[in-house]
Design a binder for this molecule. Structure first.
Ligand code: NAD
Ligand code: DAU
Length: 364
């Protein structure tokens, strides 16, 4: 169990109904005694099933520790109210529009949530922090969750590190980069105690079915083509979501105010490789439909498709003693099996959001 100081009793998680937020809240429920406040606008990718399941397993005490606030952080008044209600000691800021393809089709909502939302949060939290008692003020932290995509696109060699230049290339990554700049400015100008994390691609159960891994499993298991953009040679650095959660705990407990930490597990795979691995797991689980790789279809490329992301997580490993613990192959296999066993959840979230598995993000 993680021990937090007395002055760290209440945590506000923005975007807690999303994929990573859900994993983070489940972990808080299971490993701490903190009072957890979750603010989320309940967008298309939001779902609280995993959190409510965990609460019912843990019982009434856990129920009393969790408060959900259905609000949009771009709405200043609603956000201020949420901060008043939650009176946080720690804020973990995950709320963001998160899908590159959707940012190509509809960038304005990315500006609203990721930039205006972050600006509102900083202003409201500055006011909150300035009015805390000395001890609470000293222990207060805001962890701003960013992405490796703000650093742009790598060639065949090299890595992103904390000092890499910002070079965002999609509306999504540009909005996240803007948010990072605001956050850093509020630290330098107003001394607001903020720490930034830049993480690589996450995977695991409960991820909304629009991103590569759930898309591949869902398409292949329903005998539909698995779309690979371009030539499939684009590379991502995959991290199991529970490892990301561990890294966030390490940052809350040991991170240095004003610093950034890059999070990744040095687990680079091309899109072609990752889809082939998924197909192999499916062949084992559903031999009657093997080989699933026959369903792979190369489709037109994502506009402005970044070639490669790769993190060198030396700083977080040296300074916070964090490194990813999970076995990638085992976690990928379990994730594929989880999607196979949870078709009702998939249908429910897709129906709720009116997402039918169509191709997103073509700007022509
Ligand atoms: P997600 O889309 O699954 O969840 C995001 C949540 O934020 C959703 O529930 C959504 O409703 C909420 N949200 C968005 N705008 C909001 C607003 N204006 N007000 C209130 N709530 C709002 O995304 P995720 O994969 O869980 O990502 C969470 C965070 O982590 C994001 O900031 C993302 O940029 C970052 N990140 C994600 C990855 C990844 O691989 N998924 C990697 C690195 C960083
Ligand atoms: O790197 C961190 C980022 O990872 C996060 O900041 C984002 O929130 C998260 O969505 C993710 O962005 P990507 O664009 O890398 O993820 P996505 O799953 O959309 O795509 C992964 C790769 O797979 C990318 O190269 C595009 C490709 N792809 C994606 C889909 C959905 C396909 O080839 N086919 C597909 O159907």
């Amino acid at each position: 169990m993680l021990i937090f100081p007395e002055s760290r009793k209440k945590i506000l998680v923005t975007g807690g109904a999303g994929f990573i937020g859900g994993a983070f809240i489940r972990n808080l429920l299971m490993t701490t005694q903190m009072k957890i406040y979750c603010i989320d606008k309940m967008g298309y990718a939001s779902d609280l099933t995993s959190v409510t399941k965990t609460i019912s397993l843990l019982g009434d005490k856990a129920k009393d520790r969790f408060t959900f606030i259905n609000s949009n952080i771009a709405d200043k008044i609603a956000l201020e109210k949420a901060i008043d209600i939650s009176d946080p000691d720690i804020v973990v800021h995950l709320a963001a529009e998160s899908h590159v393809d959707r940012s190509i089709s509809n960038p304005s909502i990315f500006v609203e949530s990721n930039i205006i939302g972050t600006f509102n949060l900083l202003q409201s939290l500055l006011n909150h922090w300035e009015n805390l008692t000395k001890e609470r003020k000293n222990n207060f932290r805001i962890i701003h969750i960013s992405t490796d995509e703000v650093f742009g696109s790598l060639g065949e060699s090299g890595y992103f590190v904390e000092t890499s230049s910002y070079d965002p290339r999609s509306p999504y990554s540009a909005s996240k980069a803007s948010a990072d700049h605001l956050v850093k400015a509020w630290f330098h100008t107003y001394n607001l105690p903020i720490i930034v994390s830049n993480c690589s691609n996450n995977f695991g159960p409960w991820q909304f079915p629009e991103k590569l891994i759930p898309t591949a499993v869902i398409k292949a298991s329903t005998n539909k083509n698995i779309p690979i953009y371009g030539d499939g040679r684009n590379i991502r650095d995959w991290l199991f979501v529970e490892d990301h959660v561990d890294a966030l705990q390490a940052i809350i407990n040991k991170g240095k105010i004003g610093e950034s930490y890059c999070i990744g597990s040095q687990n680079e795979k091309s899109n072609k490789q990752i889809v082939q691995l998924i197909c192999k797991v499916l062949d084992k689980q559903r031999p009657d439909l093997a080989p699933h790789s026959k369903l792979i279809k190369y489709v037109s490329d994502r506009p402005g498709h970044d070639h490669r992301y790769a993190i060198k997580p030396l700083k977080i490993s040296r300074e916070l003693s964090w490194k990813s613990k999970s076995n990638f192959q085992e976690c990928l296999e379990n994730t594929v099996i989880w999607y196979l066993n949870n078709s009702t959840w998939i249908e429910t979230v897709m129906q709720k959001s009116n997402y039918k598995g169509e191709r997103l993000g073509l700007n022509v």
